[in-house]
Write a protein that binds this ligand. Sequence first.
Ligand SMILES: C[S@@+](CC[C@H](N)C(=O)[O-])C[C@H]1O[C@@H](n2cnc3c(N)ncnc32)[C@H](O)[C@@H]1O
Length: 269
Amino acid sequence: MTVDRQPGPSSYLFPRHPAEADRLDLQHHALREAVGSNYLAPVGVMEQVLDVGTGTGRWGIELCWEHPEAVVVGLDLVRGPSEHPAGYQHVRGDVLQGLPFLDCSFDLVHQRFLSSGIAVVDWPRAVSELVRVTRPGGWVELTEPMVKPRRLGPATRQLGDLLLRQVASLGLDATNAVFRSLHRYLKRVGLELVERQEFSLPIGEWGGRVGSFMLSDIRAVCTRLCERLCSEGAISAEDAADLIRRSQAEFEEHRTVWTVAFAYGRRRR
Ligand SMILES: C[S@@+](CC[C@H](N)C(=O)[O-])C[C@H]1O[C@@H](n2cnc3c(N)ncnc32)[C@H](O)[C@@H]1O
């Protein structure tokens, strides 16, 4: 069923930093704890699962633990985890070049946090490709965040505007167009029983364990993206460090939250 093919160049936002895997795993734990589950779609049979843009493979690995009967394929531009359960397979690929799977292969196709890799104009094509490989009666689930947290202080607002200019220059979502459209993408490709749910995660120690995970996640995101801006001369290292430091205090003061949308739908039988 799987083919290992070298993907082409991409507009993926985040630098391949050694600490990026830890950041993605923290973000995964925060989201699962806040939502109480790894997915929301009411999937029945769970034998073949695909996770597109799997990153560290954490989501897929946990799906293997939850459903030992399932084969879970994690697909990404880059290599996958070196250690994983027997039911997990990693495939290199680019959803925008076509998934290397036959039509109607999977019971659940999951894609999370790809607004940092798929340009706004490419979303409808990417979602069609997810649906192509989903079996009739199978489910597609998408999860994406708002482009900026809510309840911001002045330094966080300034930092957010700076980072979003970088996001927009790559053609990625800087206006919440993807966030708002998730369920519409699924309806437009003909899925039925489409649902959308939003969850707001706290950022900061005020929000307990989830808040402190998110604080580390957001600090790492800002640090990585500011490093790039500094190397391009868009901001000095001192000014970037000052904005990041002030934004950390503002998260506590303003009780900042980060809203994430889930949308899922079933392929018609
Ligand atoms: C922000 S990470 C999210 C990882 C994972 N889904 C999670 O929720 O932890 C996005 C991942 O998507 C991958 N990616 C970006 N563009 C892609 C594309 N066109 N096709 C497949 N994977 C892609 C990146 O390499 C990265 O590992």
